[in-house]
Design a protein around this ligand. Sequence first.
Ligand code: ADP
Ligand code: MG
Length: 304
Amino acid sequence: MTSQQSSPADSRDPATTGPAHRSDVLEAALPPAVSGATLSSAVAAGGVPASTGGSGAGFPHGGPTVDRSPVIIARGLVRHYHRGSETVRALDGVDLDVRSGEMVAILGPSGSGKTTLINLLSCLDAPDAGTLTVAGRPVTGLGEEALTAVRRGRIGFVFQKFHLLPALTVAENVELPQLFLEQPIDRAHTLEVLRAVDLENRATHLPRELSGGQMQRVAVARALITRPAILIADEPTGNLDRANGEALFALFRRLIAQEGLAVVVTTHNHHLAEQADRIITLEDGRIVREERGCGVGERVTEGG
Ligand code: ADP
Ligand code: MG
């Protein structure tokens, strides 16, 4: 792992994260997908949803026996944005199934609708038309609170920007979702998750002491800490060099094989996308191509 590549995480001012309203401040500093907050922060002070109860199972949560039923079923998803008199057809009728143990890459030029699709699959936004089932739950038509409940605990997120808090250690950054969800912090579990991303020996380091690739792996660990069924990553290699990008996709493959996760990842990079089981290409809000990637029919051998 190179250390010269150090794309900075967001430079939020650590001085503002005093102990008094620490959770509030942290929540304001992070995207809702990380903090688990509802989209309108006014509602965010609400209770912990039932879906985050946790089974007490260890990590990995899925184990090698993978239930191959679809965890995402999307039909005819439409999302139009209105700007004045103009309508942007960001997503224009997308069908997609994603199963546990499967990695789906979403390719497409800038503006083709990748992030719009990701936001819908993540329950961060609601479609204007179409139906969507996530982790066995029909989510179409649900209100914001209910969408948040589905999102929390079932979906882990990784972004192009790492969104690590600079004043917190690696382990504390990984534990943030549990902090927001008022779940008990289990440092042993944190270290197991850090081991899964090859960072167990960095638990007490600060983000600035890590390379870009390592910072993104911290973000992956943070996404996994609540044992989600689905990992969703929007251009996660956008701030990484080629070697770190390839390492991240290899990590996704390993997590799929070991944990039985479903992974949906967007990228501009066809070479990286080939590591997925399926490659979906979007153009102008529609799926224009569906290909098999190298992941089909072969599972990454354990311990590799
Ligand atoms: P991608 O992630 O593939 O670059 P996006 O999903 O971000 O594409 O955007 C798809 C289209 O929708 C683009 O034309 C973009 O300008 C437009 N768009 C995205 N978000 C908004 C928004 N909040 N308001 C208006 N238009 C938007
Ligand atoms: Mg995008």
